[in-house]
Design a protein around this ligand. Structure first.
Ligand code: HMG
Ligand code: MG
Length: 302
């Protein structure tokens, strides 16, 4: 059985743009987030507070947050979040006024080193004080795990490794764990086995799935996970996305395609597909390329 309702976590302003080499103006990012809010997207990852050398596109995150139309966001009940790797990132997040942050670990040692320049254990030690400070300030913390279905450097990753890391992040205080198929290597039965392994340790509604679509498996993987009771899905309009430290990986699953699939199955998202597709067309235009969403292209061709 499928969930009656799915919460979409829109990651285009962060995952979608972090890998884009052309730095977009702050106004464009603000317009994207506001279009998403108008389309009914409630959870939006607006940017990240990481080293500007590592992700130059994210360097203006504080300016983006400061310029957003707060009235529109509160009227639309939007929750904004930002990605943070350490206490320094959390302090920027606190200063910006967001109520949600996300820390990001990896299930692969090599990926952890390439992405955040430390081991998995060191990353947990860095997150702990940031998570503690966030929670005491009333900020919710999400925990990402990358490479859950494969690593660009180490290949296969055992589901047990992912489950163990999910336990650590949950014990630290993360209210939700987003399982990231960073390189889009997963297929539906492996995705299911992974969810089953991680769900043994606690309620399934604290788990989210985050599929990149490198091999065209993302929608099939999402459907497989929904069948197990997953009801939080990360996605990015126009299928934008990628991680600078996952060479060859393409974008996230396109939000328009996910919403089209869920609409067709009677699963509620609260999102208006036509308005969402406009947001995707807007950002694709600003990046000078065709939308990576098949649903959006179909809508545009009608
Ligand atoms: P480090 O390389 O170990 O070095 O940084 P450091 O700690 O000595 O810091 C280097 C510089 O960064 C210093 O500045 C720090 O002040 C600064 P400098 O003295 O050279 O001028 N710095 C910061 N600046 C702003 N905000 C901060 C911050 N912390 C330090 N919070 C660090 C470690 C983690 C900071 C670095 O490696 C980094 O920023 N990495 C970026 C990683 C990243 O953004 N990756 C993409 C997101 S993860 C992802 O896409 C996967 C996901 O989508 C799920 C999936 O698909 O699997 C979430
Ligand atoms: Mg990602």
């Amino acid at each position: 059985t499928l969930p009656a309702r799915v919460r979409i976590v829109e990651v285009s302003p962060r995952d979608g743009l972090q890998n884009e080499s052309t730095i977009l103006p702050v106004e464009t990012k603000v317009a994207l987030i506001e279009l998403l809010a108008k389309a009914g997207v409630r959870d939006i990852e607006a940017g990240s507070f990481v080293s500007a050398k590592r992700a130059p596109q994210m360097a203006a995150t504080a300016e983006v947050l400061a310029k957003l139309d707060q009235k529109l966001l509160s009227r639309s009940s939007v929750r904004l979040s930002v990605l943070i790797p350490n206490l320094q990132g959390l302090d920027c997040a606190l200063a910006s006024g967001v109520k949600d942050v996300a820390v990001f670990a990896a299930a692969s040692e090599t990926f952890s080193q390439k992405n955040i320049n430390c081991s998995i254990a060191e990353s947990l030690a860095r997150f702990a004080p940031a998570v503690e400070k966030a929670l005491s300030a009333g900020i919710r913390v999400r925990g990402y795990i990358s490479c859950v279905l494969g690593c660009p450097y180490e290949g296969e990753i055992a589901p047990g490794e992912v489950a163990s890391l999910a336990r650590d992040l949950t014990a630290m205080g993360c209210h939700e764990i987003s399982l990231g198929d960073t390189i889009g290597a997963g297929t539906p039965l492996r995705a299911k086995r992974l969810i089953e392994a991680v769900a043994r340790d606690g309620p399934i509604d604290r788990l989210a799935v985050h599929f990149h679509d490198t091999y065209g498996q993302a929608l099939a993987n999402i459907f497989a996970c929904l069948e197990l009771g997953i009801s939080v899905v990360d996605a990015s309009v126009a299928g934008l996305g990628g991680c600078p430290y996952a060479p060859g990986a393409t974008g996230n699953v396109a939000t328009e395609d996910v919403v089209y699939m869920l609409d067709g199955m009677g699963v509620e998202t609260g999102i208006d597909l036509a308005a969402l597709a406009e947001a995707g067309e807007f950002i694709s235009g600003r990046l000078g390329r065709r939308s990576g969403s098949r649903a959006s292209r179909a809508i545009a061709a009608q």
